[in-house]
Write a protein that binds this ligand. Structure first.
Ligand code: LLP
Length: 416
């Protein structure tokens, strides 16, 4: 459920603000987020596991805007980060470093050092060389690093191959067969403290079963480690819960939690960590765009809009389908359009074969754009990155100004 709805005036609103008004005020393309939706999704997760010790660590990569992070920090959220940049963003947004888990296969010594100084909750380690590096950096600082090992449970998440991460031949994590040995190694290293176990099997999962399969494999390993004298205090199941873009029916956090908690009854002290990104942010945002031209050809109709693949790359990169709806629907016959951007690539499309009734200057909302939208934007074709606003009831906060043209080359130099 989200707070982007058509109101009695027939127009699409974000909470208590008409999207058309935002387009006039801030221009297009424009990312619009809904605070109430972000909060609702976060609470849905938090409440689903309320009966068990847990921490929701929002995956910053999904949408790292300071305004978004700030809204979640105010709820007491933890954060899952993958870089120094994300760590500093969390701090700048008022997040608590003691609730930060650090994922990623390539953490640098500099990143480890800063995270150790800040006292993050856990490093999710993905390989033996990473263990060695972390042990060394912690030793240099006279600190003990809390660690979890990311286990690759080898389960098929049944999702797009680019966002499937829990299979044997993905680059992520430590193979289940090697896990006991690597835990024993970590346990012996003097500047590490083994506290957890984690996995993340993929993104946009639409069924509970792969999560449960992975959890069962991990719990078996928790038992094995206990016998070997290694106590696991938290189990981090990563992110990955899917959302409805079209007609998918992903489980609600409550269904996911019910299935999980039945497996966790025997582990009342084992803290659960989740790293949801998409499930919190995707449907809390839309990308507003304007129709520049309509081009009708013998073979196809094109609606050329002012947003492009540099603003929202998911359709191009993953053949992702996102709903595209008129902000002010007009009466008339619908036609079949490809919605394309102004970039000089055939792959520059936002949606294909959409049945819409359009005229130049019409506003469209690309739905489910709150996750992996702006964060994946680029300046390709020297297009300034667009503005982002956060709607909160009747209020509107500009949470990122539109880039200006001279910002495009502010870090570039002439050769002389
Ligand atoms: N934790 C880890 C370790 C991850 O790698 C990811 C996502 C998450 C959590 C959050 O997953 P979520 O709850 O959002 O599914 N750009 C792609 C998605 C890439 C996801 C990468 N990892 C897309 O636009 O579909």
């Amino acid at each position: 459920m989200d707070y982007f709805n058509y109101q009695s005036d027939g127009q699409l609103w974000a909470e208590d603000v008409a999207l058309a008004k935002l387009a006039t005020q801030y221009d297009t393309p424009l990312y619009v987020y809904s605070r109430a939706t972000l909060e609702r999704h976060w609470h849905a997760f938090d409440q689903a596991v309320a009966t068990h010790p847990h921490l929701i660590c929002y995956a910053v990569k999904a949408n790292s805007n300071l305004g978004v992070l700030n809204v979640l920090a105010q709820l007491g959220s933890g954060f899952d980060i993958v870089s120094l940049g994300e760590l500093e963003r969390v701090l700048a947004a008022g997040g608590d470093p003691a609730k930060v888990v650090f994922s990623g296969v390539g953490k640098t010594a500099q990143e480890m050092q800063r995270a150790l100084e800040l006292g993050i909750k856990c490093f999710n380690v993905e390989s033996e060389p990473e263990l060695d590096r972390l042990n060394y950096v912690a030793g240099q600082l006279g600190k003990i690093a809390p660690i979890s090992l990311r286990i690759n449970p080898d389960v098929d998440a049944n999702t797009h191959p680019y966002i499937s991460t829990g299979l044997r031949d993905n680059k992520f994590g430590i193979a289940r067969e090697r896990a006991l040995d690597v835990y024993q190694l970590a346990h012996q290293l003097p500047h590490l403290n083994v506290v957890g176990m984690d996995c993340h099997i993929g993104s946009q999962l639409t069924e509970v079963k792969p999560f449960i399969d992975a959890t069962e494999r991990l719990l078996a390993l928790v038992d094995e480690l206990k016998l070997a004298g290694i106590e696991i205090k938290h189990l981090d199941l990563g992110g990955g819960l899917g959302v409805t873009y079209n007609d998918e029916q992903p489980p609600l956090p409550a269904e996911y939690a019910t299935a999980l908690l039945s497996r966790l009854a025997a582990y009342p002290e084992l803290e659960l960590i989740f790293e949801p990104g998409r499930a919190i942010a995707a449907n809390a945002g839309v990308l507003l765009t304007k129709v520049e031209f309509l081009k009708h050809t013998e073979y196809k109709n094109f609606a050329i809009v002012d947003a492009a693949m540099n603003d929202l790359i998911r359709p191009t990169l993953y053949s992702a389908w996102q709903d595209i709806v008129p902000v002010i629907p007009r009466q008339g016959e619908r036609q079949c359009y490809d919605l394309v951007g102004p970039i000089c690539e055939t792959g520059d499309f936002i949606g294909k074969d959409r049945h819409l009734c359009l005229a130049p200057n019409d506003l469209l909302a690309v739905r489910s754009a709150g996750a992996y939208g702006f964060v994946m934007a680029s300046n390709y074709n020297s297009r300034p990155r667009v503005a982002e606003v956060m709607v909160d009831g009747k209020q509107v906060h500009l949470v990122r100004a539109r880039e200006t043209l001279d910002q495009l080359w502010q870090h570039e130099y002439l050769v002389e």
